[in-house]
Design a protein around this ligand. Structure first.
Ligand code: ADP
Length: 242
């Protein structure tokens, strides 16, 4: 149920490192509530594009709009986007509760609101019983779920996920894939998910954007992209098993 008046729009974005175009004149619109996956081989520019959306990388050309407002000039903290990366980046000396409370404390929210929101976020990822533990007392999968709760606790406009499951073993990955799909359905938040894993992209996404050499070469539903690959590159990439 995407509302087209609320979306993220990338228009002709280019990022050059030296003489190398990591992102090359790329345009893409992400609908509100959509689970969009950026899929492509290593070095295709997925992370650079995500970092541009997050605000850590400035585009050399082009612009980014959120709900029709240009945001390319805004620093990351002004964009209100949640982020989850491969490393969990939890504070090792803080409890699960304190880790998830962190973004709310930074925003100087009142104590009662923090308590309520942290508990709701931990409930979403089924970790309320672990809230007094330290990260090292949790499994890798549980730590990544804490990171997810922390990224969603402040009601971000969208969630940016860069290979969040790649450090996990196969079984945990499958579990977390299910968990992410369930969370996405439940909270209705826009997810922009980076992976080089075609099976993960096909099983999780509403829409896949395939990247190669900094360009968007095809986008569509998993079925469309899988069944009607537009180039042999896309066909080979999606057909290849891990
Ligand atoms: P992907 O996420 O698809 O693996 P990246 O966006 O990480 O691709 O990288 C795309 C290309 O841009 C790679 O060749 C990488 O070496 C290069 N690149 C990324 N960041 C930088 C940087 N800060 N300086 C120089 N080159 C970079």
């Amino acid at each position: 149920t995407a509302d087209p008046s609320r979306n993220l729009s990338i228009e002709n974005a280019t990022k050059v490192f030296g003489s190398f175009k990591a992102v090359d004149d790329l345009s893409l619109t992400v609908q509100r509530g959509e689970f969009l996956t950026l899929l492509g081989p290593s070095g295709s520019g997925k992370t650079t594009l995500l970092m541009m959306i997050a605000g850590f990388v400035q585009p050399d050309r082009g612009n980014i709009f959120l709900d029709s407002r240009p945001i390319a000039h805004l620093p990351p903290e002004a964009r209100n986007f949640g982020m989850v990366f491969q490393g969990y980046a939890l504070f090792p000396h803080l409890t699960v509760f304190e880790n998830v409370a962190f973004p709310l404390k930074v925003r100087k929210k009142p104590r009662a609101e923090i308590e309520e929101k942290v508990k709701a976020a931990l409930d979403l990822v089924q970790l309320t019983t672990q809230m007094d533990r330290l990260p090292r007392q949790l499994s890798g999968g549980q730590q990544q779920r804490v990171a997810l709760a922390r990224a969603m606790v402040f009601t971000p406009h969208l969630l940016l996920l860069d290979e969040p499951l790649s450090a996990l073993d196969k079984k945990l990955r499958a579990e977390l894939q299910e968990e992410l799909k369930r969370l996405h359905r439940k909270v209705g938040l826009t997810f922009i998910y980076v992976t080089h894993d075609q099976d993960e992209a096909l099983s999780m996404s509403d829409r896949i954007a395939v990247m190669r050499d900094g360009r968007l070469i095809q986008h569509g539903s998993p079925t469309e992209v899988y069944e009607q690959p537009r180039t042999t590159f896309v066909a080979d990439f999606l057909g290849k098993s891990n």
